[in-house]
Each structure stands twice: as C-alpha cells, then as structure tokens.
Ligand binder design. Structure first.
Ligand SMILES: C[S@@+](CC[C@H](N)C(=O)[O-])C[C@H]1O[C@@H](n2cnc3c(N)ncnc32)[C@H](O)[C@@H]1O
Length: 192
C-alpha cells in the first residue's frame, strides 16, 4: 500500500514491475475518488472519517499532555487530559461514541471483505466465534454472512452494543473483556 500515494505514479510503476503484487494507493477522498482502482474510494472513506475524529478537541487535547504523561504513571495521554479512559469518556458522550464507532466500522468494511475472501481457510472447523471489542459488528457481520453455519457474537462495552440488533447467526453481548468473555471456538481481537 502506498500511503499518501497521490495519483499513484509510484504504485503504478511497482505494479507494472511486479504483476503478482496487489498494489493500493491510499490517499484523501478528493485525491483518489476519480481514479481507476479497485479499492481507492473505500480506503479514502476511512481517511475522511478518521480525520473528522482526529480534529475533535477531545482527541487532540491528549497531544498537549504528552510531556506530563511521560513523567507520571497514567495509562495514556488521554487519561491525563480527561481523567478517564477513552472508553469511559465515550460511554458518557453519545456523539463521541457514535463518531468513534463509525470510524472503526469504516475500516472493518474493507478488512472483513479481505478476511473472508483471502483467509477463508483460517475458519475451517470454527463453529463459533466472538469478536472481542467488536464495535458495531461490521467485521463479525461479514464473517457471519460468509459462514452462515457459524455462530458469531459481537462482544463490546454495553454503551456500544446495547441498542444493536443481531440476526440469524449473529448476536450482540455487552460486557467487560477484562472480567469475562463469552466462550467460543475462536476469539477475534481486531484493532485499527
Ligand atoms: C480500537 S476499537 C476496535 C473496534 C473493532 N474491533 C474494529 O477493529 O473496528 C476497540 C473496541 O474495544 C472496545 N472495548 C474497549 N474496552 C473494552 C472492554 N473492557 N471490554 C470490551 N470491549 C472493550 C471499544 O468499545 C471499541 O469498540
């Protein structure tokens, strides 16, 4: 993947020299939206959403706290800035919660397509799967659709999943993964 690859001149040269290699140009929406390429638009959406997040004051304030964080025992710079974890903050602020979960989901659309098409074999013999910290369930939905006989569970904090509806072989369970995780043949832990 050529990150910030512009109109794709470098990636095109590499793709021509190595025809067996899948090359992707990853750039802002307005840069790649009119270009020909299998994934350009999807990837551009990810950048667009995450820029929206990064510009939010809640998430930029921690950057001002880095030097304090380096000199104390807080878990991360977010906790220094807001005196709570990102997850606790999102649990109390519906708009941040929605924005964050949507940004995570935009990445998972692409990831779930790749996993079920290119890595099908890893699901052989798996009858049940829990996506731990699975957010809105985009990844698990893709897997549940591709493997209709597999029981899939999206496990996340209650404020993330409590209003979500499952389906035939997909359900949502709220909880804290540091306390307990529902049993399954396979646990998926995907982070962006
Ligand atoms: C970086 S996001 C990843 C979301 C999704 N797996 C993806 O890749 O798009 C981390 C997820 O973990 C969840 N999470 C954080 N702490 C958790 C906990 N203690 N128990 C369960 N889920 C948790 C968050 O709510 C969030 O949805």
């Amino acid at each position: 993947m050529d990150v910030g690859g512009g109109s794709g001149t470098t990636a095109k040269g590499i793709a021509e020299a190595f025809p067996h290699m899948d090359c992707t140009v990853f750039d802002l929406t307005h840069v790649v939206s009119d270009l020909q390429g299998s994934m350009g638009t999807g990837l551009a959406m990810i950048i667009h959403t995450e820029f929206k997040i990064a510009w939010g004051q809640v998430l930029t304030k921690p950057w001002d706290c880095l030097s304090t964080w380096f000199r104390n025992d807080d878990r991360n710079a977010f906790s220094v800035a807001h005196e709570k974890t990102l997850w606790e903050y999102a649990g109390q602020d519906a708009s941040l919660n929605n924005l964050f979960n949507e940004a995570m989901a935009s990445d998972s659309i692409l990831a779930s397509k790749l996993v079920v098409s290119k890595c099908k074999g890893i699901f052989d013999g798996v009858n049940s799967l829990v996506d731990v910290g699975g957010g809105l369930g985009t990844m698990a939905k893709g897997i549940a659709e591709a493997f209709p006989d597999m029981n899939c569970t999206v496990f996340d904090l209650p404020h993330v999943v409590s209003d979500l509806q499952g389906g035939k072989n997909l359900k949502y369970v709220g909880g804290d993964m540091f306390e307990a995780v529902p049993p399954a043949d396979a646990l998926l832990l995907k982070v962006n």
